[in-house]
Design a protein around this ligand. Structure first.
Ligand SMILES: Cc1cc2nc3c(=O)[nH]c(=O)nc-3n(C[C@H](O)[C@H](O)[C@H](O)COP(=O)(O)OP(=O)(O)OC[C@H]3O[C@@H](n4cnc5c(N)ncnc54)[C@H](O)[C@@H]3O)c2cc1C
Length: 445
């Protein structure tokens, strides 16, 4: 089956299977909650999408506001990015660092954003405490590595600017980073100690279980295929399992949002495929040769980034960009590309890189034109949170709560995420042409 494509297919479901994911196959302790067998006719609020955003929104609405909430999911719980990601829990979202925020909006806003990121971490930590096996958390921090000598000066500038916001970060020179990641593509690094790795299946199912226990109904295989807004302002959502009516709807479908789900959000994000492979467990000799014996998360300074982490059973997870179109997503070429990138990062692992990985999958992240997500109301009674630009494991835990608060009329902090709508892509029909040109221009940078 070719992969769903948000710009071409009417909707993502129903009955599409989970991908060949390491997380799903290695996670026997995940406790999937009981989902609803029927779609109720009405709800106070309907949430579209059962990923981190939708589940956190639903949990907040049921727990804090005692709302009757129905989550409609096109396929199965967490079928989108929330169970496909690499499990890097890092500060921030979008593509802007503190220095960029400072330049755009001033120091006070940048500090407000930092405080918001800390709230997201705190909420994530609470979820992890409630997870079976504590979501298999691997603490050790995150290394942002200069992948070539020319990238060191700019990384150092970022480090200097970071000191005003995250003074616990440390600088690793070439010798120090080589002691932790033996690679010709590691020239210096910043270490962020607060970050950690998780198993996203354990996290998703745990948040879902909390939501269901709070009274939320999750209805699977119920893709919204038609949307009517009635004269009284209520919304009627049609799915293959029937229709449901409510005064308020939260769109939490992020990168999986079909192009024509609702006109108010049409053309405001670019769905981009991100891919991951997971190798067999590294041998003790391979671990020694790469110096990969820590549990740090690693990402490089490329424009089109590669990232990797050693998993609890010593497999290597390695990720980067995928195909442009859904119909090409399962082409073995993209798995080969990642294996070649792995081999360039670790020439010592040439034998491993010549093998087929044990697992490979990809998923749609959602890119905003100006590099950061928005939580806002695009039309009357409709609320959304999307555009995380591939960085949502930590922030969605808070963003889901924030979009629920917005739907209930609460005032959100005066920060850019909450103060404007997602800008529309100019010539939205040509988004993929722009993406292709961007890839061509940045493939080796
Ligand atoms: C390969 C990969 C690796 C990643 N790694 C990381 C990482 O390490 N760290 C990090 O911070 N971020 C990472 N991300 C991004 C992160 O996973 C996402 O930002 C986050 O999961 C978004 O959550 P969400 O709930 O908003 O969307 P999703 O989890 O994508 O959920 C959206 C849901 O909406 C449903 N849906 C869509 N349309 C409809 C419809 N019409 N009707 C009903 N349901 C619908 C979909 O089926 C889907 O389940 C990665 C993403 C990918 C693909």
């Amino acid at each position: 089956m070719s992969q769903y494509d948000p710009l071409h297919d009417v909707n993502p479901g129903p009955h599409r299977p989970y991908p060949n994911s390491y997380w799903l196959q290695q996670t026997s302790s995940a406790q999937f909650p009981q989902t609803a067998t029927e779609l109720p006719a009405t709800a106070d609020i309907v949430v579209i999408g059962a990923g981190f955003t939708g589940l956190n929104a639903a949990l907040e609405l049921a727990e804090t506001y005692q709302q009757q909430v129905v989550v409609v999911e096109a396929n199965q719980l967490g079928w989108g990015c929330s169970m496909r990601n690499a499990g890097f829990a890092m500060p921030g979202t979008g593509r802007l660092g503190y220095a960029a925020w400072e330049k755009r909006c001033g120091v006070d806003v940048a500090r407000g954003i930092q405080a918001e990121y800390q709230l997201a971490f705190e909420r994530l930590e609470r979820h992890i405490a409630a997870c079976p096996e504590h979501a298999q958390v691997q603490r050790g921090g995150y290394l942002k590595i200069a992948h070539r000598a020319k990238a060191v000066a700019e990384l150092r500038q970022q480090f200097d600017a970071l000191q005003r916001y995250e003074p616990s970060t440390t600088w690793l020179d070439r010798a120090a980073i080589q002691a932790r990641v033996q690679s010709p593509q590691a020239h210096a690094a910043i270490h962020f100690p607060q970050s950690f790795g998780i198993n996203p299946v354990l996290l998703t199912t745990s948040v879902a279980r909390q939501a269901v226990e709070a009274g939320v109904k999750v209805v699977e295989h119920a893709p919204v295929s038609q949307w009517q807004t009635e004269a009284d302002g209520s919304h009627c959502l049609h799915t293959p399992r029937g229709h449901i009516r409510s005064q308020k709807v939260i769109i939490a479908s992020n990168g999986y949002t079909p192009n024509h789900l609702h006109p108010s959000i049409h053309g405001r994000t670019l769905p981009v495929l991100s891919s991951v492979i997971v190798t067999r467990p590294l041998t003790p000799a391979e671990l020694a040769e790469t110096h990969l014996n820590s549990r740090e998360l690693v990402m490089d300074t490329r424009t089109l980034k590669y990232y990797f982490r050693l998993l609890p059973d010593n497999r290597l997870l390695f990720g980067g960009r995928g195909a442009i179109r859904g119909k090409d997503a399962n082409n073995p070429r993209y798995t080969r590309d990642l294996m070649q990138a792995l081999s360039a990062t670790f020439p010592q692992l040439n034998d491993l890189a010549a093998e087929q990985p044990d697992y490979s999958w990809s998923g749609w992240v959602s890119v905003a034109l100006d590099d950061y997500p928005r939580i806002y109301s695009p039309a009357s009674g409709i609320f959304t949170s999307m555009g995380y630009c591939g960085s949502g494991v930590t922030f969605t835990q808070l963003a889901g709560q924030r979009v629920a608060q917005l739907a209930m009329g609460a005032e959100l902090p005066a920060l850019p995420f909450y103060q404007s709508e997602l800008p529309k892509f100019p010539f939205a029909g040509l988004r993929r042409v722009g993406q292709w040109l961007f890839y061509q221009a940045n493939v080796n940078r």
